[in-house]
Design a protein around this ligand. Sequence first.
Ligand SMILES: [Zn+2]
Length: 159
Amino acid sequence: MRTGTRRIAVLGLLVACAITLSGCARIRPPRHAPSFDRVMETTGYCSCGKCCNWKRNWLFRPVIASGPSKGQRKKVGYTASGVKAKPGTIAADTSRYPFGTIMYVEGYGYGRVEDRGSAIKGEHIDLYFKSHRDAVKWGRRNARVRVWLPHGGSRSASR
Ligand SMILES: [Zn+2]
């Protein structure tokens, strides 16, 4: 009787965990929030040095490969907003599409703006892939994108 109750409690806990985890992993737009559609230029990227402008120094530590921050330590696999990059991570021009903007990209799925890059300006977004091969396979393409700005903000107030 007692072990049975405990088993049910553990099972309930597991189910609760599974629901929480899947809820966190899946990106969905906010309910009843305004959205708009755009055709954007999209490219693919991954965490590698080629995609994210880093290399290893003589101590084998990753550092930024070029630009004004050349030689500074690089936290590989982390985005400009500080979260871990994963499929669904999007880099955008954050003056237009701030961190937290939800996007649905045709052929890619739901994603969230969590990153930016010096080459990512205007209506150009960069989509994160797990492997360099997948990023290259995506290549460069124009895609229809549905956008939900954070807090349902208007475009002009999105800064
Ligand atoms: Zn790469």
